[in-house]
Design a protein around this ligand. Structure first.
Ligand code: DGJ
Length: 728
């Protein structure tokens, strides 16, 4: 790992063993992307971006008609300077003038990382991270931009962020400040985005980019199920295992924008950052503004390779250290068991059965607090419902813990219902315009987490319950998006800060809770995977992937989620049939096999099961326990399947001694074409035993010839095979 600066040609080369990123300074002023991709030893312009006078372009130097900002490959493109592709920033002074002229003004290279105030960051220290700071200066206005670039020892990732500093004597309005921009010279890429909806999160869309742009965004105040803050650039020939892939995401959980734009002469512009639509930030003299950290990953080993880089990064540098290697408990959750019709007797009965079946954590979901018999009321006060739980939470938790189970609880802290005392006492804490009734969504309103008193109130409520009831797990839910964006506490010109301040407030609250309760496991939920993004991962090492608990419905959701996130954070539950969301009836083995990709849980009323069903679930839990570290911390790959009716997943243990393969047959085919599934990442010289059948195969055979399955005439069937490396 190093950052070389070549003063002869004004070029920076950031590299580690996998990745190179080369930036140069043209005409002593303009930053140019020269290369981002597989590690090269040095960069000597073998591939030059030849310029010529194309006519009708703007030229910053009238004497050089060959040079136009509209053509060169830019690192942080400006506004109103003749680069008519999308800009990375726009800064306006009090008189309305948004013409700025930032020029390169120096750099600094050091070990370790900068600090971004109030924002989650990828971990990096002096031994494993190098930082390049590049300074851009507008010396007419006395404004400064610092571009941060970080390279890490062990992962094919560069992180970037930006600081704006107002060194002038006037108040400045930052209207747009993205976290990164990279322009690629080669235009033959396909674009991968992850979009969707509630119950259908992280749908993968892969398509060519034509002479146009693809922009995904959220203006919902959260990253959202509709669009994940991620864009992938994939070489058209690439697949799961081969080909160059670039992935870009961001450590941010609020409204964002991400753009891929093909320019008039073919180059590709990529950007990610806070959504500039609706955003503005007032910067007084001497103040500065940090924006979220962007993550840019590379792999020449296809989409699995790209995912593995993200997985490695998140597991080793984003999830809090306490949870990096900690096995997650197998939980039973009360939501689909009882919904809001929950009470102490039902919970205790469920706990007894759960303990017998081998569960480790009982989670009381929604419905435990006063006035919560439906989603129409009750949020905000966080007082237990004494009728449903006459002994109180602390006593219930004690009984559950005495049975040998941990005690977990659901909260939706960011919300308030109209009938709550909180709403009556603090109507001003709700995000709304004083002119109108706020818009309802799930009958609830959003608290303004940008207000310190709101953060303190929530901290007080949650921490009291954690302490009194010895809660070791919290499911943190968020079930509506932000509307009516106005805050009486902010001045006229600051209203555009509200959404960003909300997210900063959320981070600050979570940071405090993490600090005070380092061992409490937080599970991130927003009506399922609606805020499943790298920013939240910093505070919550586990996430509820989707409210869609149907095994077949979840296949694509889990595959899409796995593009970015490793199995160790993905909460998946086996639920009842017919499935509550889609009505499908699937075998319990398939529900289990699909849930195996990550952290296993169950979400059904176990007390209603017959002995045979209980026996099956107990066996599944015993099985999962004996391979838990494989399923939670193994390396995940989507396997090539010769037939699209079959999805195939593989998890291989860190030491490559154990391999689990799950294959799902969606429908029973009309005529059977034997699907061939090829394993990956095995040692071709070694042998592997199928632990169920005892058959032994060479690693080469499993990878190159593959495995197949005899015909099963049932829809939604699945196979689970475990192979173990053996000496032969
Ligand atoms: C939405 C979540 O995704 C569900 O799992 C459940 O917790 C409900 N909210 C409860 O209201």
């Amino acid at each position: 790992m190093n950052i070389d600066y070549n003063s002869q040609n004004n070029t920076f080369h950031l590299y580690n063993s996998k990745l190179s990123y080369v930036i140069s300074v043209e005409k002593n002023q303009f930053l140019v992307t020269q290369y981002f991709g597989k590690r090269i030893r040095s960069f000597n312009m073998s591939r030059r971006h030849w310029q010529y006078d194309r006519g009708f372009l703007s030229n910053p130097d009238n004497a050089d008609k060959q040079f136009s900002l509209d053509v060169i490959l830019r690192e942080f493109p400006d506004t109103f300077q003749g680069d008519f592709r999308t800009a990375a920033y726009r800064i306006r002074s009090e008189d309305g003038d948004a013409v700025t002229r930032f020029k390169f003004a120096g750099h600094k290279i050091y070990r370790g990382k900068q600090d971004l105030s109030g924002l989650p960051q990828v971990d990096g220290n002096e031994n494993d991270t190098l930082t390049l700071e590049i300074y851009l200066l507008d010396d007419i206005r006395n404004l400064k931009i610092i571009l941060f670039y970080n390279i890490y020892e062990d992962v094919a990732v560069v992180t970037r962020s930006v600081k704006f500093i107002n060194d002038s004597t006037e108040t400045i309005c930052v209207e747009k400040l993205l976290s990164m921009n990279i322009d690629f010279l080669d235009e033959d890429w396909e674009v991968l985005t992850l979009t969707g909806s509630h119950l259908d999160e992280k749908r993968q869309n892969r398509r060519a980019i034509l002479s146009d742009q693809i922009r995904i965004e959220s203006s919902r105040g959260t990253s959202s199920p509709q669009a994940t803050p991620f864009i992938g650039l994939l070489k058209p020939q690439s697949n799961e295992f081969v080909g160059d892939c670039v992935g870009i995401t961001i450590m941010y959980s609020g409204s964002f924008e991400a753009t891929v734009q093909k320019a008039q002469f073919g180059s590709i512009r990529t950007q990610i950052g806070i959504n500039s639509d609706g955003f503005s930030w007032v910067s007084n003299p001497s103040e500065s503004l940090d924006v979220p950290e962007a993550i840019i990953a590379f792999s020449d080993e296809g989409t699995n390779g790209l995912s593995n880089e993200f997985h490695k990064l998140f597991e080793s540098r984003v999830i809090r250290p306490q949870f990096r290697e900690r096995e997650r408990p197998i939980l039973i959750n009360t939501w689909e068991s009882f919904y809001n019709a929950i009470d102490e007797t039902k919970v205790l009965e469920l706990a007894k059965v759960s303990k017998d079946l081998g569960f480790e954590l009982l989670v009381i979901d929604d419905g435990w607090f006063k006035n919560r018999n439906s989603d129409a009321s009750g949020l905000g006060d966080w007082v237990v419902d004494g009728e449903k739980f006459p002994s109180g939470l602390a006593a219930l938790s004690k009984q559950i813990r005495e049975m040998g189970l941990e005690f977990g609880l659901w909260f939706e802290p960011e919300m308030v219902s109209k009938d709550s005392n909180l709403f009556k006492q603090h109507p001003d804490w709700v995000i709304c315009s004083h002119r109108y009734e706020p818009i309802n969504s799930r009958n609830q309103f959003v608290l303004n987490l940008g207000i310190k008193d709101v953060q303190n109130y929530l901290f007080e409520k949650i921490s009291t319950i954690i302490i009194e009831s010895k809660v070791t797990y919290i499911k943190w839910d968020m079930n509506r998006h932000l509307t009516d964006l106005f805050s009486a506490g902010l001045s006229n010109s600051q209203q555009g800060e509200l959404s960003f301040r909300y997210t900063l407030g959320l981070y600050s609250l979570l940071e405090k809770l993490n600090l005070c309760f380092p061992d409490v496991l937080f599970e991130n939920c927003s009506s399922g995977g609606g805020r499943l993004d790298p920013g939240m991962l910093r505070y919550m090492p586990q996430a509820w992937v989707s409210d869609n608990t149907d095994a077949i419905g979840r296949i694509n959701i889990q595959e899409g989620t796995s593009i970015l996130f490793p199995p160790s954070i993905l909460g998946n539950h086996v639920s009842d049939i017919p499935n509550h969301q889609v009505g499908r009836i699937t075998p319990i083995q398939t529900r289990f096999n699909v849930a195996l990709l990550g952290i296993l849980g169950y979400e059904l009323d176990l007390t209603c099961l017959d002995d045979k069903e209980k026996f099956i679930i107990k066996s599944q839990i015993d099985f999962y326990k004996s391979y838990r570290s494989l399923f939670q911390f193994g390396k995940f790959s989507k396997l090539y399947s010769s037939n699209s009716n079959y999805n195939a997943w593989q998890i291989i243990s860190k030491n490559a001694e154990l391999i689990a393969v799950v294959v799902i047959q969606k429908l029973s085919p009309n005529s059977y074409r034997v699907p061939i599934i090829k394993l990956a990442g095995l040692d071709s010289e070694s042998f592997y035993e199928n632990i169920e059948s005892g058959e032994v195969f060479g690693g080469d055979e499993l990878m190159f010839s593959g495995i197949s399955f005899e015909r099963v005439r049932t829809d939604f069937y699945s196979w689970l095979k475990i192979f173990k490396k053996v000496n032969k």
